[in-house]
Design a protein around this ligand. Structure first.
Ligand SMILES: Cc1ncc(COP(=O)(O)O)c(C=O)c1O
Length: 372
């Protein structure tokens, strides 16, 4: 769907890393990568970790989520969002998405809270389960921002910490603000299939300096800084990103703007083609800028979707359906959910189409032809 693009300083930064002998986490490259991501996203702090799933796990812990709590999220997402909730011993509660953004609906979020929750001692309690709703975790699907400002407003009203899963949306903005910076914490993934990659990697974003300090502490085995003593003040994680990955990330960050420009051209080309044949594409909200990570079309129904998937894959064009709903998976089947009508509707119709940057970085805007 999206293959990585290595057209810049990747090899030279990796060689520098090896020459310096600092290939593990204690290297200048990790801090430099964090500075680059913080500066690009506008987050006050960025903490580099080994992958996006662990970034989510750490963000949820920092938001105060604990065993026996609940986290509100969407059913239409990649499984990592819900796995991270399980890692911290909490249960997901599934709220429907908006049909246009494929992301959590602020209207359904409010409806759910007004129907099922009460505020007690500064905490939102789920009336049916009696559990604390300790975080809200929306996701920006395929890079397209959800209605994050409205979601944030609902979370503020209910005193529910907002954590954004921005794994797919580095380079996407809602208004002038980067996705992943609206809540208490946000997370990004640099997996091999993302808009830029470190091989494997993730980032925690936060404007809260205390939480940032704690994120770094927790992800470096909770070691108390000392010149030679080894001591740890809690059970921490070995989640700090190695320098080799960070070196790759520094080179990739230099190319992010260029990659997004080309992705915009690919998306525009797809849009003009699909418009002419009357097929709907997933488009960003007017007030948003998307990184156009993965292009997606919305087919008429399940039958048409299956025919399209079969035909394109037979022709060696890789296409794939959107994820199965998390609420249908064995491990999350018993979790609470709202009606999920939009999620079900989208699950049957949305298909991703090839979205890689071409080998030759040609200017696609000069190409007027558009063939199927
Ligand atoms: C929505 C979403 N959340 C979380 C992740 C997890 O990121 P990672 O693969 O880096 O663990 C991914 C991607 O893989 C994702 O697409």
């Amino acid at each position: 769907m999206h293959r990585p693009l290595f057209g810049g300083n990747e090899k030279s930064y990796l060689a520098e890393c090896i020459d310096s002998n600092f290939v593990s986490s204690a290297g200048e490259q990790v801090c430099e990568f964090e500075r680059l991501v913080a500066s690009y996203t506008g987050a006050r702090n960025a903490i580099a970790v080994v992958n996006g799933t662990n970034a989510l796990q750490v963000a949820l812990i920092l938001a105060g989520v604990d065993h026996g709590d609940e986290v509100i999220t969407q059913s239409l997402t990649f499984v990592a969002t819900c796995n991270a909730i399980s890692y911290v011993g909490a249960d997901p509660v599934f709220i429907d998405v908006d049909k246009d953004t494929l992301g959590m609906s602020p209207v359904f979020l409010r409806n759910f809270l007004e129907t099922h929750a009460v505020r007690k001692g500064g905490v939102a309690l789920n009336k049916s389960s009696g559990k604390r709703i300790k975080a809200c975790l929306p996701m920006h699907t395929f890079g397209s921002p959800c209605r994050i400002q409205e979601i944030s407003d609902v979370c503020v009203e209910w005193d529910i910490p907002l954590v954004e899963d921005a794994a797919e949306s580095l380079g996407s903005f809602y208004g002038n603000r980067h996705t992943g910076t609206f809540g208490l914490l946000g997370t990004i993934s640099f997996n091999g299939n993302k808009i830029i990659t470190t091989g494997g990697g993730g980032m925690v974003l936060t404007d809260n300096d205390q939480l940032a300090k704690r994120a770094k502490h927790l992800t470096t085995t909770a070691k108390i800084p000392h010149k030679y003593e080894f001591s740890h003040d809690e059970v921490g994680f070995n989640y700090r990103l190695p320098s080799l990955n960070a070196a790759l990330g520094c080179a990739q960050m230099e190319q992010l703007t260029r990659i997004i420009q080309i992705k915009n051209q690919i998306a525009a080309r797809y849009r003009s083609f699909f418009e002419t044949i009357g097929v709907e594409m997933v488009k960003p909200l007017g007030e948003c800028r998307t990184n156009n990570w993965l292009n997606a079309i919305v087919l008429k129904g399940k039958k048409e979707r299956n025919e399209f998937l079969q035909y394109t894959n037979e022709m060696n064009v890789m296409t794939r359906p959107i994820w199965r709903l998390m609420s249908e998976l064995e491990m999350f089947r018993d979790c609470q959910k709202d009606g999920l009508e939009n999620s079900r509707w989208l699950e049957e119709r949305v298909v991703n189409i090839p979205s890689s940057v071409p080998d030759v970085l040609e200017d696609l805007s000069n190409d007027s032809g558009c063939t199927a």
